[in-house]
Design a protein around this ligand. Structure first.
Ligand SMILES: [Zn+2]
Length: 389
């Protein structure tokens, strides 16, 4: 019996205001569990199996510190996943829910992490794609690029470590690391990288890019214009009313962003070039389809169409002199969603929300929260107005 293993990782603050110590908690789970159960932190399907230290490594010269830190991470991961090497090759007897003892072969199938950690795990530089060999200057185009090959990557890394300096090492934006996954049986680490709805879509593409570009495009670039439109929206029982606008807030929770997405197209209507509205609609449609818990060929076709719609209309941001290029890694990564959903299942099943409570706390401040303030009651006032249920 093949047991698909899921590893999950998200950098965490251990202390605040006293050295800001950080670590990577590593969680393990299995893909045979229903993803709805897997994503509930209370179900304890994802188990904590270790902490990997994050150190500045001041014993090394400034030039070598980052690579030494990456290698330290991979050495720690190698220790953590060591039992999987033998078990994946020769199997291990396990008691199963059907009452029989099965010979189980655990194979690493998915690695849930944010973009910087995805690059760290796959030994890629942070301006590159952890799944394909697209060059940083082509990230913004809707081009199809070749997927990374684990065997060829291992050969390139080995050749680089021997001092041969192969051309692929620079072409594929690799880092000189001895990877932890090289001994894992049947493991394609690049295919293990999962979609990340919270950080890639809500916080990345939508908040960091689309909101600021669209705000600039409307009202001749006056920041308060978008706030006036948010304030002027009529309160509705199913919608969040952002009565103080959005421009003065720097940190958003996942839930707040989801509620902003619900009304954002209405805020933009008739205020700017129709192409801006069409480009934003493409991204919002993409986010909604990516949230589906069950997909069909039709829903995946709609997901792909939404991505194409954005690319067909994105030039308007260049015409309005808001952007000079679209070579943004998070914007490129969403191109892989259709293939990822076909191979790994619905994107909603691989959120770091399962091991991190960031849906309810400002992103980046997840571990400094007061838990008593995290849950909103019906009609409770928030800093943006009232949450209408
Ligand atoms: Zn890619």
């Amino acid at each position: 019996m093949v047991v698909p293993v899921i590893l999950s990782l998200d950098k965490t603050n251990l202390t605040s205001f006293s050295g800001n110590k950080q670590a990577y908690p590593v969680y393990i789970g299995i893909g045979t569990k229903n993803h709805q159960i897997r994503c509930q932190p209370s179900s304890h399907v994802m188990l904590l199996i270790g902490y990997i230290p994050v150190s500045k490594l001041e014993c090394f010269s400034a030039k070598k510190q980052s690579i030494a830190g990456f290698q330290l991470f991979h050495n720690c991961m190698q220790t953590i996943v060591k039992p999987l090497v033998e078990a994946g090759k020769n199997g291990v007897r396990m008691n199963c829910a059907d009452g029989f003892v099965h010979m189980a072969y655990p194979i690493l199938a998915a690695y849930v992490a944010n973009y910087p950690e995805q690059c760290l795990v796959t030994c890629c530089k942070e301006n590159s794609c952890p799944k394909c060999t697209v060059t940083p200057k082509q990230c913004g185009d809707s081009v199809h690029s070749i997927l990374r090959d684990p065997d060829k990557t291992l050969q390139t890394l080995a050749a680089q470590s021997r001092g041969h300096e192969p051309t692929e090492f620079v072409q594929h934006s690799l880092c000189p690391i001895n990877p932890f996954w090289k001994d894992l049986p049947h493991c394609n680490i690049f295919a293990c990288i999962t979609p990340g709805i919270l950080h890639q879509l809500h916080n990345g593409v939508f908040k960091d890019h689309i909101v600021s570009w669209a705000s600039e495009a409307m009202g001749g670039g006056h920041q308060d214009e978008i706030d006036r439109h948010f304030c002027a929206m009529t309160p509705h029982t199913t919608l969040w009313h952002f009565e103080k606008g959005i421009s003065l807030t720097s940190q958003w929770t996942g839930m707040e962003l989801k509620n902003m997405e619900k009304v954002f197209l209405g805020v933009l209507a008739n205020t700017t070039d129709p192409k801006v509205v069409r480009a934003v609609r493409g991204i919002l449609d993409f986010i909604y389809y990516a949230h589906f818990e069950v997909h069909t060929d039709e829903s995946l076709a709609h997901l792909d169409t939404a991505w194409v719609t954005f690319h067909e209309n994105k030039e308007i941001f260049e015409e309005l002199e808001i952007r000079t290029h679209f070579n943004i890694s998070k914007l490129h990564n969403i191109k892989h969603y259709v293939d990822l959903i076909r191979t790994l299942g619905a994107a909603a099943g691989f959120s770091t929300e399962a091991t991190n409570d960031e849906t309810r706390t400002p992103l980046g401040a997840a571990h400094n929260k007061n838990p008593n303030q995290a849950v909103l009651e019906k009609g409770e006032s928030t800093r943006y107005g009232r949450w209408w249920l």
